[in-house]
Design a protein around this ligand. Structure first.
Ligand code: PMP
Length: 395
């Protein structure tokens, strides 16, 4: 039997990352494949305490429906996070979502008709590409370099395509490349979006995880006409299991997101929102983030230094100043999917980079995550990966 599914499902395939993650559950595998925060840094005991307090002090509220826009004290706390990335806003500008992933899905729902064009960085976050695909757009991947999207290329594409609805960008420590946009490019993006009347979806889960280099404000900081929709999340600065993120946008746009949320799940979990709000009230989140940055920097250093020592010279990789990922470019003749098979045989996993390009190609690239493995595993894993790479090198 085969049921008759909607045409939009034709475009939606199982994510390669999800499939890989299933494989990497085996304990003997050292996995650089996921994007997981370090579990040993989750504030488990603190959350246990605040959870009891929430239930003792406001149990019935915690278990009741709440407003779609979100739990007010949490919205107030979120405005403080926005301040950290250089954006002044009011609680009314915030909608609490189930992770920033929900904000991505709603962006597609709100802006895209079939055949509309989404512009994104090339490469871009696979989870966003997949979320948008449900709305049947076409994708144009805008070429990038070490300073972000190349603005001349973007300008050309905007001039030649009038069906562009939004530009999707991850300006800080991008997933998958680890790259960060320069300030000039952030400003130029706003100018071009204003000129061509397109929205900007700024997806920024890693902005607060800068462990070295100069601080750059979010793209929304430079927004002059209210066309930047900022997606934030507690997943990487706190923990992903509670599934809490947010949209920060101007009133008219935010109202569309509120309507989308009402149709989707009415609201994010009241009790989770109250737990996080209580945690933020009683504990020092800034100190927690500082600690995360310290650990991630150490792991980044270890991964990069081991790659420098173990990888053949032809292999290039990024050295991110924050976030969770580094991006590796192999010689063109080498296919990262074939390498992944060899690597899994040696009990080490990563995500081949080809899947991060909306229109394919670039099969000689791969993404490595350094946040979720301890020091010893990083060194052993990179050594194993180096062996797999060497076995595929041409003389
Ligand atoms: N955007 C990017 C760029 C991500 O890397 C992720 C998670 N890996 C998400 C969005 C989704 O995060 P969440 O839904 O947990 O907030």
């Amino acid at each position: 039997m085969s049921l008759r599914y909607a045409k939009r499902m034709d475009n939606i395939k199982a994510s390669e990352i999800r499939e890989l993650l299933k494989l990497t559950q085996k304990p003997e595998i050292i996995s650089f494949a996921g994007g997981l925060p370090a579990p040993e840094l989750f504030p488990v005991e603190e959350l246990e305490k605040v959870s009891s307090k929430v239930l003792e002090e406001q149990g019935t509220t915690a278990l009741q429906y709440g407003p779609t826009e979100g739990y007010e004290p949490l919205r107030v706390e979120i405005t403080k996070r926005m301040e950290k990335v250089g954006v002044e806003c009011k609680p009314e500008d915030i909608l609490v979502t189930s992770g920033s992933q929900q904000g991505l899905d709603f962006s597609g729902k709100i802006f895209l008709n079939p055949g509309d064009i989404v512009l994104c960085e090339s490469p871009s976050y696979l989870g966003a590409i997949n979320a948008f695909k449900a709305y049947e757009p076409e994708f144009i991947g805008v070429p990038t370099d070490e300073n972000g999207m190349i603005m001349e290329e973007l300008e050309d594409i905007l001039k030649n395509n009038d069906r562009v609805r939004f530009i999707y960008v991850i300006p800080d420590f991008q997933n998958p490349s680890g790259r960060t946009w320069s300030i000039e490019r952030r400003k130029r993006l706003i100018e071009l979006a204003n000129e061509h009347n397109v929205a900007i979806i700024e997806d920024n889960p890693y902005g607060e995880l800068r462990f070295e280099g100069e601080y750059y404000p979010a793209i929304k900081h430079y927004d002059t006409e209210g066309r930047v929709i900022f997606l934030g999340t507690f997943s990487k600065i706190f923990c992903p299991g509670l599934r809490l993120g947010w949209v920060c946008a101007e009133e008219e746009v935010l109202n569309k997101f509120v309507l989308a949320k009402q149709g989707s799940d009415l609201q994010s979990s009241t009790i989770s929102q109250m737990q996080v709000a209580k945690f933020l009230e009683e504990y020092d989140i800034e100190a927690h983030i500082e600690n995360l940055k310290k650990v991630y920097k150490k792991r980044r250093d270890l991964m990069i230094n081991t790659m420098k020592e173990e990888f053949p010279e032809e292999i290039k990789f990024t050295n991110p100043e924050g976030g969770l990922f580094t991006w590796v470019v192999l010689p063109e003749y080498m296919n990262a999917r074939d390498l992944a098979v060899k690597a899994i045989e040696k009990n080490v996993a990563f995500v081949p980079g080809g899947s991060f390009f909306p229109n394919g190609g670039n099969e000689n690239t791969l993404r490595l995550n350094y946040s979720s493995m301890d020091d010893e595993k990083i060194v052993i894993g990179i050594k194993r990966l180096a062996e797999a790479i060497k076995s595929m090198m041409k003389e």
